[in-house]
Design a protein around this ligand. Structure first.
Ligand code: NI
Length: 137
């Protein structure tokens, strides 16, 4: 278990005002909680830049399943990358609209590359990758 340490930060008053508004809107219990999360997010983002880093992520896709070949292409990319694709959840939203959430785990570089390939297919309305470190630090 890590030890909690205190440190002080100097910041412009108008920036702090904006930050407090952000904390309120995002419903952080305290400023400390918000700062901790922002630090973690930033460090995680930085870790992604190291392509070898082991990360876990979810890729959310919303797409038109009537689009020719799209379903085949989605399936093909996923079957070609079974070593990093852990699971896929599919929901039929409307007559021709589908939502897919793909769980990935592996080297950050591969995860980002596969996510970009899938999100870039024609007929994808939304593609958003969320990554978290799969290691403790
Ligand atoms: Ni569907």
């Amino acid at each position: 278990m890590s030890e909690i340490v205190r440190f002080s930060v100097s910041v412009e008053d108008d920036l702090l005002e904006k930050f407090d508004r952000f904390c309120k809107e995002e419903q952080f219990a305290t400023r400390s909680e918000a700062v901790r999360q922002l630090i973690r997010d930033t460090l995680t983002r930085r870790a992604w830049q190291s392509a070898e880093r082991d990360v876990a992520g979810t890729l959310t896709l919303v797409y038109d399943h009537h689009r020719p070949q799209l379903r085949d292409q989605l399936m093909e990319v996923q079957h070609d990358n079974t070593d990093v694709i852990v699971s896929t959840l599919h929901a039929h939203l409307e007559h021709d609209l589908c939502l897919e959430v793909i769980i990935l785990r592996g080297p950050a570089g591969r995860i980002q590359e596969i996510a970009s390939r899938l999100s870039g297919l024609k007929g994808i309305f939304k593609g958003e990758l969320v990554m978290a470190s799969a290691q403790e630090h």
